[in-house]
Design a protein around this ligand. Sequence first.
Ligand code: AMP
Ligand code: MG
Length: 318
Amino acid sequence: MTIISDNITKAVHILESEDLVAIPTETVYGLAGNIYSDKAIRKIFEVKRRPLFNPLIVHLHSIEKLDAIVSDIPPKAQLLAEAFWPGSLTLVLKKKSSVPDIITAGKETVAVRIPNHPVALELLEKLSFPLAAPSANPFNCVSPTKAIHVENYFKNSIRMVLEGGDCKNGLESTIIGFENGEPLIYRLGSISIEEIEDVVGKIDVKNKSKDSPDAPGMLAKHYAPKTKIYLTDNLDSFVKKYENKRIGVLSFSKSVSASNIEQIEILSKSEDLKEAASKLYGALHSLDALNLDMIVAQRFPDYGLGKSINDRLERATK
Ligand code: AMP
Ligand code: MG
């Protein structure tokens, strides 16, 4: 029985009764619950098998709702919010005491964003509370960019996936925190560093992988398919080296042929990084379903969304 439905009223009822609904956003599908319901939030961690030290992103309907959640907005955060909201940018800001500790893993800061998806916005508008909505996948697994991905993961543990079509951006949000009023990228994502720098000037990426990162999206191992995945600069020679293996290939724009390749996913024939990002997780889900010996992914160009794609692929190989 499918749990996928486009009935927003039903989603409102489930969320109001402190239960969970998977919701579409422009980044990936989220597993959503009322931020003020201890029952709902605990269920998010339980269903995802997400460790409690990994804080959640709060999703708001509009910037007017921000005051209820955060106590201080640095000038550069204001600029970024104006430039990118609604959109795929998460800001980590000082929290108000009314935000439950379980949302922030005990931190004094809270991650917030306004999603740019008509269904998510309509839902948030109908609710009297914000939604916590981490990606709707078991911890460490590939994020869902279609309702069916979520159903495959969670049909036995949640009541509803709200249908909203394929996620347009297909990569998680870019997370930015502030240290002494200055912005720092905690997680690369759907909005490129170049776009951020156009608004606030030069910006660094926080200490790439350490054991207890501020944004566990930056954990060394993350976003991994079940099939072992390798990253290479040269698809042709890598595939030749493993001629006895059944291989799935993830290529940016070009085809590769060899008898040991069972399936190839080309992310953008026109080398459009935005298109490639939007198709990345769908391609990983397809390749992973084939029970191959290995997935071989091509390294992407090191600029724009190519950096964010490489970031996810590198973590998937760990
Ligand atoms: P997900 O929603 O599954 O994409 O994960 C949310 C990401 O936001 C994780 O990488 C969290 O660590 C990060 N995050 C949430 N709250 C905070 C916070 N207060 N400080 C730093 N990172 C955060
Ligand atoms: Mg996630």
